[in-house]
Write a protein that binds this ligand. Structure first.
Ligand code: HEM
Length: 144
């Protein structure tokens, strides 16, 4: 059930993917309806589970993985910690800066981890291509 030692896959990988997807819909289509509420509950509940699973994954990244993997997992852990702070503080207007920092860390971490996963699984072969993929994903994320 936990993250595998390398890459982003399995249950926790799917959870992380769904968190990013739910974040995208929450951010892009805020609306006072039940679907939005359900998405927030999923994002926060799933985020808590992911935060727990992230701890051993971060430790294993620091034992035997690339700089990109370490940076990606560290940033995702920071995003998760900020998410937990938001859960306790409540995301009210006064805490919007915290929310934006959470979003920035989570989005950058997602880009790094996705690019690293593409490289490790052999979908993108060279270092230059990985760098280009990271830049392209980052630009696409900022454009969103
Ligand atoms: C890893 C564990 C995570 C936790 C514990 C977490 C927690 C939270 C919390 C508590 C909120 C505030 C919800 C509210 O009160 O409205 C939030 C919002 C948000 N999170 Fe996360 N999150 C996590 C992962 C992610 C990831 C991977 C992303 C991907 C980019 C992300 C992006 C966002 C965005 C965009 C919002 C704002 C949604 C809106 O506009 O209402 N989060 N998160």
């Amino acid at each position: 059930m936990a993250f595998p030692r390398k890459g982003v896959s399995g249950f926790a990988g799917i959870l992380l993917f769904l968190l990013v997807l739910s974040a995208f819909f929450l951010y892009a289509f805020p609306a006072p309806n039940l679907l939005y509420l359900a998405l927030i509950l999923f994002h926060v509940g799933g985020g808590l589970v992911a935060a727990l699973l992230l701890v051993p994954r971060l430790v294993s990244a620091f034992q035997n993985e690339s700089v990109a993997a370490r940076a990606g997992w560290t940033m995702m852990a920071v995003a998760a910690a900020l998410g937990i702070v938001l859960i306790f503080k409540g995301t009210v207007r006064a805490e919007w800066n915290l929310l934006y920092v959470h979003i920035a860390f989570a989005a950058l971490a997602s880009v790094l981890l996705l690019a690293n996963w593409l490289r490790e699984s052999g979908r993108v072969a060279s270092v230059a291509a990985t760098g280009a993929t990271m830049v392209a994903l980052a630009v696409a994320t900022i454009a969103l």
